[in-house]
Design a protein around this ligand. Structure first.
Ligand SMILES: [Zn+2]
Length: 191
């Protein structure tokens, strides 16, 4: 998983990704959502990015998500600083990693920011949308709340629980599935 600093850098400055999930070194993901020419001129991605035939996003989606992520970043930043003063979205986003560190909430905040990162990539057509697995139950919370992303170049298929109340004993967060655990999950069919 990418560090919080890397996630924020990808969103704001330049999409570099990490070794396992390389970016293309181009403009930050939020910049791309905001810039029509960057959205319509989809960069080619090395190593497991956009599926062939994935469409450029509808501009409405991009604007909607850009607005939503910026608003959430500003609120999260206020929370972390325990302040009632709202900062500009880019300052807020940049303040999130040190804020999370100071608040002792790095893992949880990295998961939230990782979610924004993933939404950006999906909306930009840089990764395939996740699919619902409606026929299986989460092994932890027993809900039909599993989403999956099929294997792509350099990456194994994986699935995760989208129920915010799901708590995996090992991580304290909603369950994630890869490898053997993913096989067990696919056997846990809802009757
Ligand atoms: Zn669950």
């Amino acid at each position: 998983m990418q560090t919080l600093d890397e996630l924020v850098r990808d969103l704001l400055d330049r999409w570099d990704g990490d070794e396992k999930h390389p970016g293309d070194g181009g403009p930050g993901l939020i910049t791309r959502l905001d810039d029509l020419t960057l959205r319509t001129r989809q960069p080619r991605v090395a190593g497991g990015g956009a599926a062939p035939g994935s469409r450029p996003p509808a501009s409405l989606d991009a604007v909607h998500w850009s607005t939503a992520i910026k608003a959430q970043a500003r609120i999260l930043d206020m929370e972390l600083r325990a302040s009632s003063h709202m900062q500009q979205w880019d300052r807020a986003l940049r303040a999130i990693p040190p804020g999370a560190e100071a608040a002792g909430r790095v893992a949880e905040v990295a998961s939230t920011v990782g979610g924004w990162h993933s939404v950006c990539r999906t909306v930009l057509g840089l990764q395939e949308p996740a699919r619902e697995m409606r026929h299986v139950l989460c092994l932890v919370c027993e809900q039909r709340s599993i989403k999956t992303r099929p294997a792509s170049e350099g990456e194994r298929s994986r699935a995760w629980c989208t129920n915010p109340d799901c708590v995996d004993e090992d991580t304290g967060r909603p369950a994630r599935y890869e490898g053997d655990r993913l096989s067990l999950l696919t056997e846990n069919r809802a009757s």
